[in-house]
Design a protein around this ligand. Structure first.
Ligand SMILES: [Mg+2]
Length: 235
């Protein structure tokens, strides 16, 4: 098996615990716009989708004044990020113990990435290598964004590995010839995520950061332990 020289991380639902905030605020905005949805409905239907895709689906379902609904949503989700957004539990420790190049491949817009990941210390683990679907012709599940990561980072597909919590991201990796690991956030209320990610082509699925750290250890060289403890992630 080839060694792994590049880890490509999805952002929402992997690096940052943003999906519950996004689902709650979008459900409220869409419901106020006249199309009742719960946060759970949003999680099931829209996780991993780009905003143009979400707009098209809601428009087809009869939601009016989409522009106004989405600008209200943006104001509310960005405020929720400023108040409540946290790094996915345990993920900062995972990032700092893996001695390998890393980048982000997200279906979120550049503006949203700056207003979410950009608020947190782990931004510095990636910047300037934070890539958005806005930078390519088609979002995940098309391979374009993964291919952009490979070319920007100068690493071959066979030496890269992508981590994503949505089948679209796993499919994008596979189409680009990149191996993929599925991620399920602890507390994700949706059933059957592991199966869905495996069916999309993930070679393994991690439930939470500790499991992810163990899985990645099979592929990636880990940094030598330093004097400070990395709490719970023993080398
Ligand atoms: Mg995601």
């Amino acid at each position: 098996m080839n060694s792994i020289d590049l880890l490509i991380f999805d952002c929402d639902g992997v690096l940052i615990d943003s999906e519950p905030l996004a689902a709650r605020t979008l459900a409220q905005a869409v419901t106020r716009g006249g199309l009742p949805m719960t946060a759970y409905d949003v999680l099931v239907e829209f996780t991993g989708k780009s905003e143009p895709e979400m707009r098209a689906i809601l428009e087809a379902r009869g939601l009016e004044n989409i522009g106004a609904v989405f600008s209200t949503w943006h104001a509310e989700i960005f405020a929720a990020f400023r108040r409540e957004l946290k790094v996915m539990p345990g993920m900062a420790e995972v990032l700092r113990t893996l001695d390998v190049a890393k980048c982000v491949a997200s279906n979120s817009s550049v503006t949203r990435l700056k207003a979410s990941l950009g608020l947190l210390d782990i931004w510095d683990d990636f910047a300037p290598h934070v890539y958005s679907a806005e930078m390519v012709a088609a979002p995940k599940p098309a391979p374009d964004l993964v291919q952009l990561c490979l070319s920007k980072m100068g690493v071959a597909d066979t030496n890269s590995l992508l981590i994503d919590d949505s089948p679209a991201g796993i499919a994008a990796a596979r189409k680009a010839g990149v191996r993929a690991i599925g991620f399920v956030a602890p507390g994700d209320p949706r059933p059957g995520r592991r199966k869905l990610l495996l069916e999309a082509g993930a070679q393994a699925v991690a439930l939470g950061a500790v499991e992810l750290h163990k899985l990645l250890g099979e592929f990636v060289h880990k940094r030598q332990p330093v004097q400070t403890s990395v709490g719970g992630f023993g080398n």
